[in-house]
Design a binder for this molecule. Structure first.
Ligand code: ADP
Length: 258
């Protein structure tokens, strides 16, 4: 379960975002976001509710189409949203990342295994037997070997989210996007899911994580980005942003949560 092989040297930039903008009606939700994510790096997005964190992930994953800005993957795909974007380019961008959702978003009428193989088989057209074998390995890896035949309603929230993570991994993306992956969980289930995410980070997966778990961000993140009202207020190493922020707004936010 190591990240997709690539010829990029270690620490090469995987993702570059410049001037990302998105409005819903007259509400400018993202007002020119810049972001760089290097290969193998964990970037966490923190900030008050409504600051635009989820919208950043959804724009990167093509679930929302930005109004402007540039998204570039490893120098071989540049999408300029200030111009009309060809469908092929958008789908190529979508293929680079996989999202883990706050509310898991599993298909309720499919088993854990069926949820995991859906993308590889239906979308990526990979052979079913191969997809099943890989899905079983991945489920075992997150402690769910005996749950492959279970339906989401038969699983705890933590187990469902681990299926959600495996479903993302099975797509073999270059980039994992986590949207508050533990905020819907009962407190006693948060630890297991965070442990899985930490292990993935240790294995070298590149990820952007929206989270309110600042202790997790401090432990795992290479960079923390603090957003408010659709702009990046402050960014840097977790020791700086979370312990000794430059901006008063960041300080107020982290003081409340830590
Ligand atoms: P965060 O993740 O920081 O809580 P979001 O990105 O979810 O913030 O939302 C930022 C703002 O955009 C919020 O005010 C939210 O209501 C608004 N918003 C998000 N998605 C939509 C949508 N599809 N339509 C209209 N407004 C939206």
């Amino acid at each position: 379960m190591s990240p997709t092989e690539s010829n990029l040297p270690e620490a090469a930039t995987l993702l570059t975002v410049r001037g990302l903008r998105k409005a819903f009606g007259r509400h400018e939700v993202l007002k020119s976001i810049d972001m760089d994510v290097r290969r193998g790096e964990v970037v966490t997005l923190i900030g008050p509710s409504g600051s635009g964190k989820t919208t950043v992930l959804r724009c990167l994953n093509g679930l929302e189409v930005p109004d402007g800005g540039i998204v570039e993957f490893a120098n071989d795909l540049t999408v300029d949203f200030s111009l009309p974007v060809p469908k092929k380019q958008l789908s190529s961008m979508r293929d680079r990342s996989a999202m883990v959702f706050q509310h898991y978003n599993l298909f309720p009428h499919k088993t854990a295994l069926e949820n995991v193989i859906e993308g590889p088989v239906q979308v990526q057209k990979r052979p079913k037997a191969e997809a099943i074998e890989e899905a079983r390995e991945l489920l075992a890896r997150v402690g769910l070997a005996d749950k492959e035949g279970s339906y989401p309603f038969e699983l705890s929230g933590g187990q469902q989210q681990r299926v959600g993570i495996v479903r993302a991994l099975a797509l073999r993306p270059q980039l994992l996007l986590f949207d508050e992956p533990t905020s819907a969980l009962d407190p006693e289930l948060v630890g297991d899911v965070l442990t899985v995410i930490k292990e993935l980070a240790d294995e070298g997966w590149t990820m952007v994580v929206v989270t309110h778990e600042l202790a997790f961000a401090r432990e795992v993140a290479d960079e923390v980005i603090f957003m408010a009202d659709g702009v990046v207020v402050e960014r840097g190493h977790p020791d700086t942003v979370l312990r000794d922020p430059r901006e008063e707004r960041t300080r107020q936010f982290v003081d409340r949560l830590l």
